[in-house]
Design a protein around this ligand. Sequence first.
Ligand code: AGP
Length: 635
Amino acid sequence: MAANLNASRVPILNLGPITRGVCVTMCGIIGCVSRREPVVELLLRGLKRLEYRGYDSAGIAVEYPSGIRITREVGKIRRLEDAVGASPQDGTTGVGHTRWATHGKPSEANAHPHVSADGRVVVAHNGIIENYRDLRRGLESRGIVFCSETDSEVIPNLIASHDRGDFPAAVRAALAELHGSFAIAVMHHDHPGVVIGARKDSPLIVGIASDRMLLASDAAAMLEATREMVFLEDGDMAVLTAESASFSRFDGTKVLRPSVTISWDLARAEKSGFEHYMLKEIHEQPQVVSDALLGAIGSGHEVNLEQIGLSDEVLRSLDRMCIVACGTSWHAGLVTKFWLERFARISSEVDYASEFRYRDPVMDSRTGLIAISQSGETADTLAALRRAKTDFNARTLGICNVQGATIARECDGLIMTHAGPEIGVASTKAFTGQLVAGFLLSLKLAAARGTLSPHEVRRLTDQLRRVPQWIARALESADAVRDVAASVADARGFLFLGRGANYPVALEGALKLKEISYMHAEGYPAGEMKHGPIALIDEGLPVVVIATRGPVYDKVASNVEEVRARGGRVIAIVNPGDDRVSKQASAIITVPETDPLLSPMINVVPLQLLAYEVARIRGCDVDQPRNLAKSVTVE
Ligand code: AGP
């Protein structure tokens, strides 16, 4: 049920003392102060574009002459829209929030925005306040009654407790007491037409338009209003009115923050007629690769990475590369390791960022640390990056898809993946963008270190330029994939096998299927199968094998025979004209033959499509799979 709360009173149900732990949130926030235009519709549309960040509850707070009205609803934004439908729509200042909780049930009381007990201060928060228990205890001892289980509710109450009539000063005083990560949007009953934003370790962007100012966790939420954006730094606060945006540090020091013009347009951030964002994003991959290559390969076949930030001399001085990432980005790291070793002859390792940050790695200033992250905000990857910089003085390089993201800003150098906004929670086009970035980086390093002949560089860059057309042809396998999906959608589980650079692709195929169809799937190096997983083989466990031509083709073909000998059902990804593996397989999906070194970029496509089709047949929520969030900004 929706709750319409007038912030001049506090009618929220009191859930009593906190007993269920921290409500960790990874959420999306938006705010807008407009001169004349009502903001309700804009907030709701913005929240829909932020829904990928979290979608278990949502709310908006809008300012009216009678006070600030808050509407919150459990579930997706469309339920909030229904709840808001009956309310007046003419308010010109407001904030909104879409929430994803890992602890504590999604409920109306836990949904944002939260309001201070005196009803004057309203806050939407993304992140986690680590010291909220102490803060809450202190506030409660002064008679403040809390209404939710969240850590976030301390923020409006803290601001209210510092309120002496100067709104920015009260926010600043509260910020000084907060530990943890946060991006907040704040409104005050006594200060109409003002929204204050602040960030520390959570993204927040200000949008500048002629007739309004906005803020949001993600540029896509503001694109319909403006392309001119200011990316706040950690420790920045922004005070927005309809006509102005002023920036300061938490201590009050004024700062100038340059605005940038975002090139993504709204159509690109929407579904463009596809049934799901994921499908649209799979089909965007030829374009993603073309965009990533724009300007990246010079007329002499040299690799130009504008923002690499590390001189050739530094690149030559490195004696080891260490890649940190999570999930799909980790898989891109595994493929990149293969290229780094092959092209640049540099020893490379790949770590889960969540493991790296807590172990005792051996590295120094001659280690190149590569942090791969689509969002650029993943908490573990960011922590691993900071550890490598601070504790080991490593040279750091980010591979990111989001302009201005924290990881992008904190690395010594950066390679942007240019995949555009990825809305589907399951990463597809960002993975391909990461592969291109990893390939270019490996070539760049090879050039600096003199490990590849000019002829080989020319050959590889020529091949790379052909990847968009190969991916486009791989997408033509969609019908065959749909038939295969129909035949396996009720299997009890899946095994994905690959070797060499296609072993990480097998891992990625399994992850995609798991994430969106909720079926168990495991990725394995094909040669390892006989050391355990072979015991699983029977008719009920389809085995998806990447068996395209290359140096390990014969080995993979033998592995396929092992599966067949045990009655297993093989779905093989093969090149045209394949006769050995195809004869053994129950079904084949054909992809164009490429240089084997580049084949991961092509071979992943049918696996993405397979996961998509199986999930669709099973009626799963493809773009917003259960329990997952797009950007994991808390540990
Ligand atoms: C990918 O499909 C997943 N949703 C997830 O594994 C993701 O790749 C991971 O959380 C890392 O995110 P990042 O690239 O934004 O850092």
